[in-house]
Ligand binder design. Structure first.
Ligand SMILES: Nc1ncnc2c1ncn2[C@@H]1O[C@H](COP(=O)(O)OP(=O)(O)OP(=O)(O)O)[C@@H](O)[C@H]1O
Length: 584
């Protein structure tokens, strides 16, 4: 919870202002029963109307002051908690942005969403309530005890018995409740996860008519959330009535004991009424305190979960004295690189190859061979386990991460588009790009013609994730965006898989011209996507089993020959190298 220091430092003055308003309000509440007791015992008992009016006037004045306190406390507490909530959310978002891919893997996307929405709201609401009522409760409780002692020290002995019993009940409540509310949050994560997966795969679910399966899956996690919430509520539900019962027993004891005192002339009726008023205020504030404890249990669980993200140490860090690449030519060298995700088995083993500026290199292999993993190591989304990757002879772990990533443009396997116009989606690659630049890259990516066929052209608005485009169209816009960056290293991760062979060849031809000095890596499943490249790396189960050009590999690499035969088969007889659009 150390991360809260920052917010305490920023908001403590407003917090104190709100608490000051709240104390004014509490003092007004505390004075009322004593004034009323005097009104009864002095004014009413002696038929002194003047005293009754005077005391009534005081009561009105104090109520007015209390109302001013309440208004002030409402305004300040709402303002402060909203500012605090917005800042906490924004800081958490920033932290999530800088989480390494490994960090995102560890937390899971759905859990991060719950933390930035539900958990932040819990904490913000807790702070709001704390300023609105939570602080008032202890002030009222302690104030009422003091006033009660002032009215009748002998009757106050009953309080000395009641208050510790209630303190113990509340302590047990906190201890038992905390683990239950942590479980509620975990169940909430599961709901988010299932919902996200369903919404992402809604078409697949419909195509396979798996609605019932998904309904069951949702029902299970929903039921689990309901169960754990019920359990948490059940456990904590015992405590509030237990406190009420204890306080009510105290009130009965006061009435009983008070009646003896009145009979013996040791106390007046007004004072007993005021004492019961204070007792009721104590009950009310203890009820609020028990609610505070329930709330604080949830808020603490949320605070801890937010804290886990803030405290997560990225394993991928900038070096102490980072080096910078300032050349527009980048030579990439992999030397004996091995890699595994987490504690899993090695998915890349002893990878050694290089790629020179101006060279285009293809990576091919069966699914799960490790192709995407291999290119994800270049921008340091993950760090190598052993071996090293060098760019222009500098180990990438020595490079400034921002500078390194600026040198790389990547088109991921799944084209990622944002809600907004096509123009904005392409311009995302370079925010100060001109219209001509955007049109040029769209032409190279073979996107210009289909964009202009839309009535709104480049201003066509895309739905979430580009739902109103075909798979191939999305890929071409993603390629245009990556081209706009004109980075020295360009990585295309199977990003033309939904584009036909002819269009793909035109894209590669334009790309080679546009990025003539760049080092280009093309991952592909289709052999036709790479067979005309300068160099092809063949991956199989995380190992390089062949490097060379198409004809060399056909002679030397069994895996490559198998891929060639299985994909082109008979067509291989007539798909000649000369027929494919050469990009050299
Ligand atoms: N984020 C991840 N966490 C854990 N394991 C992963 C992760 N991503 C990939 N893997 C595993 O690493 C191995 C290589 O995966 P990778 O995605 O690199 O293969 P690929 O050759 O690109 O496959 P494809 O052609 O199907 O995209 C697979 O066994 C996969 O299960």
């Amino acid at each position: 919870m150390g991360y809260m220091k920052k917010y305490i430092k920023k908001y403590w003055k407003l917090f104190l202002l709100s608490i000051s308003f709240l104390i004014i309000e509490a003092i007004a509440d505390l004075l009322q029963p004593t004034i009323m007791a005097n009104m009864v015992d002095i004014g009413v008992a002696n038929n002194d109307l003047e005293y009754v009016f005077k005391a009534g006037g005081y009561m009105l004045l104090i109520t007015g002051i209390g109302a001013v306190g309440a208004i002030g406390r409402n305004i300040v507490s709402s303002y402060t908690s909203q500012c605090f909530g917005a800042q906490l959310r924004s800081d958490l978002f920033k932290k999530i942005q800088y989480l390494s891919a490994e960090g995102i893997n560890n937390f899971q996307t759905s859990s991060l969403i719950t933390r930035i929405t539900y958990d932040v709201t819990q904490v913000k609401d807790f702070v709001h309530r704390m300023m609105r009522i939570f602080f008032k409760a202890p002030v009222l409780c302690i104030g009422s005890i003091i006033m009660a002692f002032y009215l009748s020290p002998s009757m106050s002995l009953i309080l000395l018995l009641i208050v510790p019993i209630i303190a113990v009940i509340m302590g047990i409540n906190f201890k038992i409740g905390f683990p239950y509310f942590t479980r509620v949050q975990l169940a909430m994560d599961k709901i988010n996860e299932v919902m996200r997966e369903y919404l992402r795969g809604v078409r697949v679910v419909k195509a396979f008519s798996r609605q019932d399966f998904e309904k069951d899956r949702f029902h299970r996690v929903n039921e689990n959330l309901a169960q754990v919430t019920k359990k948490a509520m059940r456990v904590t539900a015992i405590f509030s009535p237990a406190i009420t019962l204890t306080v009510n027993l105290g009130i009965v004891a006061i009435l009983w004991f008070g009646s003896f005192l009145i009979r013996d002339g040791n106390i007046q009726v007004g004072k007993v009424i005021a004492f019961i008023n204070y007792m009721t205020q104590i009950l009310h504030s203890l009820m609020i305190i028990s609610r505070i404890i329930n709330n604080s249990v949830r808020a603490k669980a949320s605070l801890d979960r937010i804290g886990e993200v803030f405290n997560y140490e990225n394993t991928i860090k900038n070096p102490l004295n980072p080096k910078i690449i300032d050349s527009k030519y980048c030579k990439i060298e992999f030397s004996n690189v091995s890699f595994a995700y987490g504690d899993g088995e090695l998915v890349l083993k002893d990878i050694t190859f290089s790629c020179l500026p101006g060279e285009t290199i293809g990576i091919i292999g069966s699914t799960g061979a490790g192709k995407s993993t291999l290119v994800n190591l270049i921008p340091r989304f993950f760090d190598v386990r052993s071996g090293n990757i060098r760019i222009n002879d500098i180990d990438i772990s020595q490079l400034d991460i921002k500078n390194l990533r600026e040198k790389i443009s990547i088109v991921p396997q799944k084209a990622l588009l944002f809600t907004g116009t096509i123009y904005d989606n392409i311009r995302w690659g370079k925010k100060d790009a001109t219209e001509d630049e955007i049109r040029e890259v769209a032409e190279i990516a073979q996107a210009h013609s289909f964009i202009t066929s839309f009535s709104a052209g480049y201003q066509t608005v895309l739905g979430q994730g580009g739902v109103n485009l075909s798979g191939g169209q999305k890929q071409r816009i993603a390629i245009a965006r990556a081209l706009l960056k004109k980075a020295p290293i360009m990585i295309l991760d199977d990003s033309t898989s939904a584009v036909d062979v002819g269009t793909e060849a035109s894209i590669k031809k334009g790309l080679k011209r546009f990025l003539k000095d760049s080092t280009v890596i093309i991952i592909a499943q289709r052999i036709t996507s790479v067979m005309d490249l300068d160099k092809i790396v063949v991956l199989d189960e995380g190992e390089i089993v062949g490097i060379g050009n198409h004809s060399e590999l056909l002679k030397t690499c069994l895996v490559y020959r198998d891929i060639y035969r299985s994909q082109l088969g008979r067509e291989g007889d007539f798909v000649e190298r000369s027929q494919l659009c050469s990009i050299r």
